[in-house]
Design a protein around this ligand. Structure first.
Ligand code: SF4
Length: 227
């Protein structure tokens, strides 16, 4: 890049002031605004609890205005397995905890069947930390604002495996628009951590016929984290 003399800069500013007045408008560059991973990790606290405190009043997207509670995540900070849903639902928003209610109870049973629990070797969270109105799917700009928090959580926990619960969580984390069927049964990668996509427990409550397939996934998950 060639150098620009101070005189040229002064001339440019003088002309700009004559044309537009005292306010100087700079063009924003969306590419440079998108943070790289290193910047994300440097910006945030290195302990999970203090990271929670750091971001719990976040208002970076519209959902900060409508939430009842910020839903950070629960579980073992040294877990081998991180389970990720798309966003808090009504019960989660009211309690401030992910995967509560009937779907949460089913998830707890599934975890018990692989000899795990919320307190033991598992961490549970969502891509978005605040509930979208009427449980609609996360919007792209909400994911863009909130996903760095998830990436940093995972970086602090350092799990062996991430499991995306449901199609929306899977396609959001993998940045694709695929069916659940086409994402299941494949070992994906999310920022250098292996990732598996399986059914959301709420879907298993609606369609109990899917439970045997989900159990196949969880046997595979168990073999991955026990290895
Ligand atoms: S959804 Fe995420 S980015 Fe939006 S306000 Fe909540 S914590 Fe912040």
């Amino acid at each position: 890049m060639g150098s620009v003399s101070p005189d040229a800069v002064n001339r440019y500013l003088k002309q700009t002031r004559e044309l537009y007045g005292d306010e100087l408008f700079l063009e924003s560059n969306p590419v440079s605004e998108k943070k790289d991973l290193q910047t994300i990790h440097l910006e945030f606290s290195t302990e999970l609890d203090s990271f929670h405190q750091q971001i719990h009043e976040c208002q970076k997207c519209r959902l900060g205005q409508s939430r009842t509670n910020f839903v950070f995540g629960v579980g073992d900070p040294n877990a081998s397995l991180v389970l990720v849903g798309e966003a808090p639902g009504e019960q989660e928003d009211l309690k401030g905890e992910p995967f509560v209610g009937r779907a949460g109870q089913l998830l707890d049973k599934i975890l018990a069947a692989i000899d795990r629990s919320r307190e033991k070797d598992v961490y549970i969270c969502n891509v978005l930390k605040c509930r979208p109105p009427q449980n609609r799917d996360p919007l792209a700009d909400e994911v863009e604002q909130c996903e760095p928090y998830l990436i940093h959580q995972i970086n602090l926990i350092q799990p062996k495996l991430i499991v995306a619960l449901g199609r929306v969580a899977g396609k959001t984390l993998l940045n694709v628009d695929n069916s659940l069927k086409s994402m299941r049964g494949i070992l994906h990668n999310y920022h250098n951590t292996p990732l598996i996509v399986t059914y959301h427990p709420a879907a298993l409550l609606r369609n109990p016929n899917w439970k045997p397939e989900a159990w196949k996934d969880f046997k595979w998950i168990r073999s991955m984290i026990d290895a």
